[in-house]
Structure formats: structure tokens, C-alpha cells
Design a protein around this ligand. Structure first.
Ligand code: 8Z2
Length: 311
């Protein structure tokens, strides 16, 4: 029997391990864990090493049937920037894996070493209509909810640069392994005259602590791998060519812990923030839409784009 308290609501839940899947379903329904409350099955998610139905050109998914470990490779050259299509593909892939009962863990990485993910596609928020920007933001929220709220062991194998939205993706995972060397990671939004939303700021605070997060967020700091390890922004470093192997080894350690107890523990700590975003979703969309389409912000974005091109 597990009993625990979440946020200000006291929830007592009896989970008889022997009751197996039925109890699992009840648990996920009660807490709206993962993308859907129901555990739907996707018939295409089976063969070892075969691409999932959600695999599209921009997100490649393979799963080892024996271990239940899936690897999700972002494949949106040149820098895996998160445009609308990418956000939709990632979300759909996370949801399929979530609903695949034989899947126990996912490793998120880049198909193109040296850049894990360059963050949001800046062109998606440059000179676009308020409606477009609002829809784009909702896609990001939904993708984040599906990853941050996942019952799976989620591991970021950060095989390259990971600024802004790239850092957001890795912060949504349970554990981060980053390539050694000159690569950088961090939430550099203020450098673009953008303000990270509350749910992203909170995950940064949760991972590296209040003082360091406050400072990092204000100055839009990008840290080298070594500094990121020192701050606790990533958990482990590995040579770039070994990041995937080290991630697989680490996942196997995590999978020695019973799934149910691990997932319930994860949910107990993440539920308040998940609930908060679900509750304030529309308000968050409006803030993003209004802030991003402001002329002064558009000019900052333009200057940032010019700086990137001139590099
Ligand atoms: C609450 C209210 C407000 C709320 C608002 C809050 C938002 C918070 C959430 C997150 C916000 C973000 O993610 S904002 C995004 C922030 N991202 C960044 O600052 C990363 C910028 N990129 C880089 O630093 C670098 O590209 C890096 C990733 C290190 C890779 O360097 P490389 O030398 O390998 O590659 P580059 O030559 O720089 O880039 C290759 C090409 O890709 C383009 N490119 C690079 N990054 C890009 C990007 N993010 N979007 C589009 N295009 C990009 C370059 O312009 C080049 O285009 P060509 O010249 O045409 O080839």
C-alpha cells in the first residue's frame, strides 16, 4: 500500500501490487499521468528496432523489445530547432511510447551529434500572426506536458549544444548525460529579450536550486558541460561518442527499480507543476502571444537572427 500527499490535496491511494495492470490504470486515470489518462494501445509499437508509427523524418524512434528501452532521435537539420512540425512529432512519439505497455524508458538524443537541439525555431515567432504564435506555444506546452509527466524513465543523452528549448527538453527528463567538451547548455532566453515561462523557470529551480537558477535565468547564461555538471544542471559527462552507451547503461540501472514505485514517486513531485500549467494554460498562451508579438521584442529577435546568420 502506498499513501502520499500531493500539493495541498491529500490523496490516499491503496495500490495492491498483485492487482497488476488494473491498479496501474486506476493510478494513471486518477492522476492524469502522461499525455492521456487512459492507457491506449498502439498496434504499431512492437517490433524490435523497427520504427514506430510516429517516426517521421524529423523524429526517429527505435525500441529494444527485450529491455523496453526506446531511443528517440531528433532529426531536424541543421540544428534540430523546434518548429511546429517538430513539436507535434515529438509529442506524438512521447504519447505512443507512453501508451506502449512494453516500453519502460526513453532516451532522447540528436541524430546529428554536436547539436542536441538549438531550442525553439526562432522563425516560428518572428513576424508571425498572434494566432499562429499562440498555436505554436500550445504545441510546446503539450509536448512538454507529455515528456515531463511521463511514467517512463526519461533520459536526455545530450550529444551537443543544448540552448534554450534544448535545455527545456533535457530539464523535462529524469536524468541528463552530456557530451564533454566545448558544448553549451542553459536557458538563454533573456538574451533574445524573451522571458522563460513559469513552468520552465520552476524546473530550472527544481534542478539546480533557487539562487543559481535565478542568476542563470536573469543573465541568460549558457554553461559549458563542465560548469553544467558542477551546477547539477546535468548529472554526468561522457565523451561525445559514448553518450548514448552511457545513457543506456544508466537507464538499465534505473530499470532495476520497480516501475510502479518509481513512477508514483516521480509523479508525487511533478504533479503540482503539471497541474499548475494545465490550470494556467490559456493565460500562459496569452502572455507568450502578447509578449512575443510586441514590436520591441520583434526587433530584438530580428537582431538576434542577424547575429546568428553573421556568425
Ligand atoms: C512569457 C513571454 C515570452 C516567453 C518566451 C519564452 C521562450 C522560452 C522557451 C525557449 C525559447 C527558445 O528556445 S529561443 C531559441 C534560442 N536558441 C538559441 O539561442 C540558439 C541559437 N543557435 C545557436 O546558438 C547555434 O546555432 C548552435 C545551436 C550552437 C549551433 O551552432 P552551429 O555553428 O552548429 O550552427 P549555426 O551555423 O549557428 O546554425 C545553422 C543554421 O541554423 C540557424 N539556426 C540556429 N539556431 C536556430 C534557431 N533556434 N531557430 C532558427 N534557426 C536557427 C542558423 O541561423 C543557421 O542558419 P543559416 O545561416 O541559414 O544556415
Amino acid at each position: 500500500m502506498y499513501s502520499f500527499i500531493l500539493g495541498n490535496e491529500s490523496i490516499k491511494m491503496a495500490l495492491s501490487v498483485s492487482a497488476g495492470g488494473r491498479v496501474w490504470r486506476k493510478f494513471f486515470k486518477t492522476f492524469n499521468f502522461g499525455p492521456n489518462s487512459a492507457l491506449k494501445r498502439f498496434p504499431t509499437c512492437t517490433a524490435n528496432g523497427r520504427l514506430y508509427s510516429s517516426s517521421s523524418d524529423n523524429v526517429l524512434v527505435s525500441k529494444d523489445e527485450k529491455s523496453g528501452i526506446a531511443t528517440v532521435r531528433m532529426n531536424n537539420p541543421p540544428v534540430n530547432s523546434l518548429n511546429s512540425a517538430m513539436l507535434v512529432s515529438l509529442r506524438s512519439c512521447f504519447e505512443e511510447l507512453e501508451n506502449d505497455k512494453s516500453c519502460r524508458a526513453l532516451i532522447l538524443t540528436s541524430q546529428k551529434p554536436k547539436v542536441f537541439c538549438a531550442g525553439l525555431d526562432i522563425l516560428e515567432i518572428y513576424r508571425k500572426s498572434p494566432d499562429y504564435v499562440a498555436q505554436f506555444w500550445e504545441k510546446l506546452q503539450d509536448m512538454w506536458l507529455s515528456l515531463y509527466g511521463s511514467r517512463l524513465v526519461t533520459m536526455a543523452a545530450i550529444n551537443g549544444h543544448s540552448p534554450a528549448g534544448g535545455c527545456l527538453l533535457s530539464l523535462a527528463c529524469d536524468y541528463r548525460i552530456m557530451a564533454e567538451g566545448k558544448f553549451t547548455i542553459g536557458l538563454n532566453e533573456t538574451q533574445l529579450d524573451l522571458v522563460a515561462p513559469f513552468w520552465l523557470r520552476q524546473t530550472m529551480v527544481d534542478v539546480i536550486g533557487y539562487r543559481q537558477a535565478e542568476m542563470a535565468l536573469m543573465i541568460g547564461a549558457l554553461y559549458t558541460s563542465n560548469k553544467a555538471l558542477q551546477l547539477g544542471l546535468v548529472d554526468k559527462l561522457a565523451p561525445i561518442e559514448d553518450v548514448q552507451t552511457v545513457a543506456e547503461e544508466e537507464v538499465k540501472n534505473w530499470l532495476k527499480i520497480p516501475d510502479q514505485a518509481r513512477a508514483i514517486t516521480k509523479m508525487a513531485s511533478r504533479k503540482p507543476l503539471l497541474d499548475e500549467l494545465r490550470k494556467r494554460k490559456q493565460e500562459d498562451i496569452q502572455t507568450f502571444r502578447d509578449e512575443t508579438t510586441r514590436e520591441s521584442v520583434q526587433i530584438s529577435i530580428q537582431q538576434y537572427l542577424e547575429k546568428l546568420k553573421a556568425k
